[in-house]
Write a protein that binds this ligand. Structure first.
Ligand code: URA
Length: 232
């Protein structure tokens, strides 16, 4: 990792403050003053700022209940960012593991551990995501089978991976998928002649949504570990 990133992740300094202390010669890497912020460092290096040894903060793993009308971005755009609901230090270090559309509600995972979020978002890891879907028309009998075989979405070379459809009522279903193509759920139902009018994510792998809308909590060690495992 770059030295400036290491300084930010081990102190409360902003990026420009980190640059300042590095340029001023206040940072030593393995005993040498280092004034170049892009220097590559490793957490095993001994890195001191003003004679205080720096240690990286632990990774953070957060579950949030995304409200409708918010976006999965670190900054406000047309809609407010869901980070407005997250009261933690250094939110700019965090990213979202699997975005939802502005009108979609439900479970969002937020972290600064890129390797962990790859387990969740990479289709190769087959991490399941469960959506509760409200439909404009009654579901037809053939859809579960078609979703199991895979759907050809416009502009995609590969069929969607096998998905599981559980019918709750004619216009409400649960859909479990293991990938996250752009607008995937809406496009899958459009491909079978239906339209999604409500979309809510209830679970990712073994982690279930259990906080009220707009609320968040840290994941337990067990939940973090469950999402680290490669799926069979
Ligand atoms: N699929 C969609 O179409 N939208 C979402 O927000 C998530 C999955």
């Amino acid at each position: 990792m770059r030295l400036d990133k290491f300084v930010c992740k081990s102190t409360e300094l902003t990026k420009s403050e980190a640059h300042h202390v590095i340029h001023c010669g206040l940072v030593r890497v393995n005993g040498e003053i280092t004034t170049i912020e892009s220097t590559q460092v490793h957490e095993n290096n001994s890195i001191f700022l003003n004679d205080v040894r720096l240690n990286l903060r632990d990774f953070r793993y957060i579950l949030m209940h995304k409200p409708a009308g918010t976006i999965c971005s670190n900054i406000d755009e047309v809609y407010p960012s869901l980070f407005n609901f997250l009261t933690v230090d250094n939110p700019s270090e965090l990213h979202i593991a699997g975005r939802l559309d502005a009108d979609t509600t439900g479970l969002v995972l937020i972290t600064d551990d890129g390797r962990w979020s790859f387990n969740i978002t990479s289709p190769a890891q087959k991490c399941s995501k469960v959506y509760r879907v409200g439909l404009s028309r009654p579901i037809t009998e053939d859809v579960a089978h078609r979703f199991k075989l895979g759907i050809a979405l416009q502009g995609e070379e590969q069929l969607t991976r096998p998905a599981i459809l559980d019918v709750i009522s004619p216009k409400e279903v649960l859909l479990t998928i293991t990938e996250g193509k752009f607008h995937q759920v809406k496009r899958m139902f459009a491909a079978v002649g239906n339209r999604v009018i409500r979309l809510h994510r209830e679970a990712i792998g073994e982690v279930k949504l259990d906080v009220e809308v707009g609320q968040w909590r840290y994941l337990s060690r067990g939940e973090i570990a469950a999402l680290t495992k490669e799926q069979p």
